[in-house]
Design a protein around this ligand. Structure first.
Ligand code: NAP
Ligand code: ZN
Ligand code: ZN
Length: 350
């Protein structure tokens, strides 16, 4: 076992504090990574505060992990010591079910093993995430990061990136389509960049008109203020696809009205009950569809990293020290981040 320092939450209401724990020695199949940068996802906040129920403490959050490979097991082929590598939301799955065979490990029929707030496969040992010095992960759940990329701005790609890339690809977003991204935060700003790079006409749909200039800089062709009823009405029935990243329950009916006949809105933000209720009429007149999507599989995560390297895409970040993590959470709640906090893990040693 290796002793590792990190930051953990111990209850849903207490701040994150320094915490020391043990990680396993790398097995034949494992890669050990010295963590350089760790992104702060809104899901970290939801989970440490037990918004989704069933939280396991102590909890070391962090599933946007980038670092340097320090040790590899005997059977590892894809990575070697010194390479840059990333770990996202999953660290294992059954590897045998239909979903795993298609590299859709996030939909593993036995349940994927999450990077934190979960138990290791076949044991009661808790998994601990990226707000820590090192991580040991099976090679299958590690992606390779080209050394040419800006590593600190790559970290958010491991969750915010893949969570937006995957649905845009699955629903075949591309040239000639009008695509709306709802909510300009960590996920939303990546959604805009990807939709633009895929060739769509992109509309940023936001509650914050103050973000309009930024949305355009990120690649949006238009900005639509969702609280402006007249503006929403002027876009009714015109969207081919909507990607909804809003983190809390909100009225979806006005967004369904934006869709063209047979078009889809995909939820990636809200995991809790939908409230207020959806109106049947929002779907019927136009055979409209509402769907959801969770992160992306490991093959697609590597594809997304390679797509980013090719198109010069990274996240817009604000660096923080690990001792600023609680303050960063408060700012996230206040919608005060442009557009992802990333922890410089060197600050843990300092
Ligand atoms: P974030 O950085 O906090 O951004 C969320 C954005 O949503 C805000 O910037 C804001 O944009 C908008 N928003 C916030 N509150 C709102 C409200 N009450 N009504 C309407 N809009 C609101 O969060 P994030 O890190 O992007 O995460 C978004 C959600 O995705 C979280 O719930 C997270 O848990 C979830 N998530 C899901 C997956 C998955 O696999 N499906 C993966 C990662 C994260 P505007 O100011 O532009 O309105
Ligand atoms: Zn996340
Ligand atoms: Zn499986």
């Amino acid at each position: 076992m290796t002793t590792v320092r990190g930051y953990a939450a111990h209850t849903p209401t207490s701040p994150l504090v320094p915490f020391t724990f043990e990680r396993r020695e790398p097995g034949d199949d494992d890669v050990e990574i010295q963590i350089l940068f760790s992104g702060i996802c809104h899901s970290d906040l939801h989970q440490t505060r037990d918004d989704w129920g069933g939280a396991l403490f102590p909890m070391v959050p962090g599933h946007e992990i980038v670092g340097r490979v320090t040790r590899v097991g005997a059977k590892v082929t894809k990575l070697k010591v010194g390479d840059f590598a990333g770990v996202g939301c999953m660290v294992d799955s059954c590897r045998e079910c239909a979903s795993c065979k298609e590299s859709l490990e996030q939909y593993c029929e036995q349940g994927a093993t999450w990077t934190y707030n979960a138990k290791e496969r076949g044991s009661d040992q808790l998994t601990f995430g990226g707000y820590s010095e090192t991580i040991v992960t099976p090679e299958r759940f590690v992606v390779s990061i080209p050394a040419s990329m800006d590593l600190k701005a790559v970290a958010p790609l491991l969750c915010a990136g893949i969570t937006t890339y995957s649905p845009l690809r699955h629903w075949n977003v591309g040239p000639g389509q009008k695509v709306g991204v709802i909510g300009l935060g960590g996920l939303g700003h990546m959604g805009v960049k990807f939709a633009k790079a895929l060739g769509a006409h992109v509309v940023m749909i936001t509650t914050s008109m103050s973000k309009a200039a930024d949305a355009q800089r990120l690649g949006a062709d238009e900005v639509l203020l969702s609280t402006d009823r007249a503006a929403m009405a002027s876009h009714a029935g015109s969207f081919d696809f909507l990607l909804n990243t809003v983190p809390v329950s909100h009225d979806l009916n006005p967004y369904m009205a934006l869709l063209k006949r047979e078009a889809s809105m995909v939820l990636v933000g809200v995991l809790t009950d939908l409230d207020p209720p959806l109106k049947g009429v929002s779907f019927m007149f136009g055979r409209k569809k509402l769907s959801g999507s969770a992160i992306g599989g490991m093959a697609e995560t590597q594809e997304m990293i390679d797509f980013c390297a090719e198109h010069n895409i990274v996240s817009d970040i604000e660096m923080v020290r690990i001792d600023q993590v609680n303050e960063a959470y408060e700012r996230l709640i206040k919608n005060d981040v442009k557009y992802r906090f990333v922890i410089d893990m060197a600050s843990l040693a300092a």
